[in-house]
Design a protein around this ligand. Structure first.
Ligand code: CA
Length: 227
């Protein structure tokens, strides 16, 4: 058996979907472990230490948002791709206290799921371009250690939040469109809209409070101001 790209844990109670994911992810060279309920999924993630998780929202015994919250509460930042049947759930599942990395809405194509998984993994493992330290208005961002401080105090960011902020801070004053951010940070172009970008910007703003560096440029996108 050839070496795999790592293990992906799929927590999904619809067998047709988990079978399809297992087939496509295996074909792409991933190992796949499937659980059909939330509590078993949480236990599997903790014991198997996968490279990424595909997490259904509606699950027996413990729903997907609860699984994610439990992991994040214990400092486990394994990349999580949520799958949801309803677009309205997006704000909740990517919400501040939750720490999901991305989402995909059912029905989805297996190819899209594979692309998203590769994207979240790339973001959590690789260093962004132009690694080094950037500091701006009291915020210091270190791409080597992936650490962010505000006036010397640590700010805990998800991998996605970090990459989004690093990308914006790499060119202060430059305005990035949502599509540019989606393509550079998430690594795919917009097929389903760009609410992912807006939700993550909102999370960053909430984490920085009054020191929020991200400005909305109406009708265009986002930027961070120069010092
Ligand atoms: Ca379900």
């Amino acid at each position: 058996m050839s070496e795999t790209k790592g293990l992906v844990v799929v927590v999904e109670d619809e067998k047709a979907i988990s079978d399809m994911l297992r087939m496509y992810l295996s074909r792409e060279g991933f190992g796949v472990h499937v659980e059909a309920d939330g509590a078993a999924g949480l236990a599997a993630i903790r014991s198997l230490r996968p490279v990424a998780v595909i997490l259904d929202v509606g699950l027996p015994t413990m729903d997907g948002t609860q699984v994610c919250r439990e992991l994040r509460a214990t400092g486990d930042w394994t990349p999580i791709l949520f799958c949801t049947a309803r677009d309205e759930e997006v704000d909740r599942i990517l919400g501040l206290e939750m720490g999901g990395d991305d989402y995909i809405t059912k029905p989805f194509s297996p190819r899209e799921v594979v692309a998203r998984i590769k994207s979240v993994m790339r973001r959590t493992s690789g260093l962004p371009e132009g690694s080094g330290k950037v500091s701006l208005n009291g915020i210091e961002l270190d791409s080597e250690t992936r650490r962010v401080t505000l006036n010397g105090e640590d700010v805990t960011l998800t991998a996605t939040e970090f990459d989004l902020l690093a990308h914006l801070m790499s060119k202060p004053g430059r305005v990035f469109t949502r599509d540019e951010l989606l393509s550079h940070v998430w690594g795919y172009s917009s097929v389903v809209g760009t609410r992912t970008v807006d939700v993550h910007v909102a999370q960053l703003r909430a984490k920085f409070g009054d020191a929020n560096p991200i400005r909305t440029v109406r009708g265009v996108g986002y930027s961070v101001d120069k010092d």
